[in-house]
Design a protein around this ligand. Structure first.
Ligand code: CDP
Ligand code: MG
Length: 159
């Protein structure tokens, strides 16, 4: 295949339900197994101001207040994943917003039941990925490369 390696970065948050249920490692492992590179990672308790900034686009919606309260109730694990088409790849792995509509094999389809406890946030477009990465990792990412990278993300044969 030579459809070009459109390498992207995307922000993922394992919400409080994932950490409290003790399945954050399992979820992270799925992304690693897929071949995505962890470009940075942190565990943190989100305060109200941060939650409001992150969910700004949902302000005014009926679920907004619950959303802000739920994400700031207990620590989350936030990380940046990198790889070819990472934004769409991660969204597909996460599954539909409403877990009863999420396909089996997706994270929400395998582990979740209701919208407010759907375990994962993932950026939905290049613009949101960029602004969310800045919001959650204001001091930048950790620079490193993986020796195995070419076996997963090189989309052309060596010359
Ligand atoms: O997380 P995703 O991008 O799939 O969905 P969203 O439309 O950006 O909504 C953000 C979050 O709000 C969801 O992940 C749900 O936790 C919650 N939500 C909800 O509880 N009920 C809805 N009808 C829509 C969203
Ligand atoms: Mg969203």
């Amino acid at each position: 295949m030579t459809d070009g390696a459109n390498v992207q970065r995307t922000l993922v948050i394992l919400k409080p339900d994932a950490v409290q249920r003790g399945i954050s490692g399992e979820i992270l492992a799925r992304f690693e197994r897929r071949g995505l590179r962890i470009a940075s990672l942190r565990l943190l308790k989100v305060d109200r101001a941060m939650a409001e900034k992150h969910y700004e686009i949902h302000k005014g919606k009926f679920f907004y207040e619950d959303l802000v309260k739920v994400i700031s109730a207990s620590p989350v694990i936030a990380f940046v994943l990198e790889g070819p088409n990472a934004i769409a790849v991660v969204r597909a792995m996460v599954g539909a917003t409403r877990p009863h509509e999420a396909a089996p094999g997706t994270i929400r389809g395998d582990y979740a039941l209701v919208g407010l406890r759907n375990l994962v946030h993932a950026s939905d477009a290049p613009e949101t990925a960029e602004s969310e990465i800045k919001l959650w990792f204001p001091s930048g990412l950790v620079a490193y490369t993986r020796d195995i990278e070419k076996w997963m993300s090189e989309d052309k044969a060596p010359s």
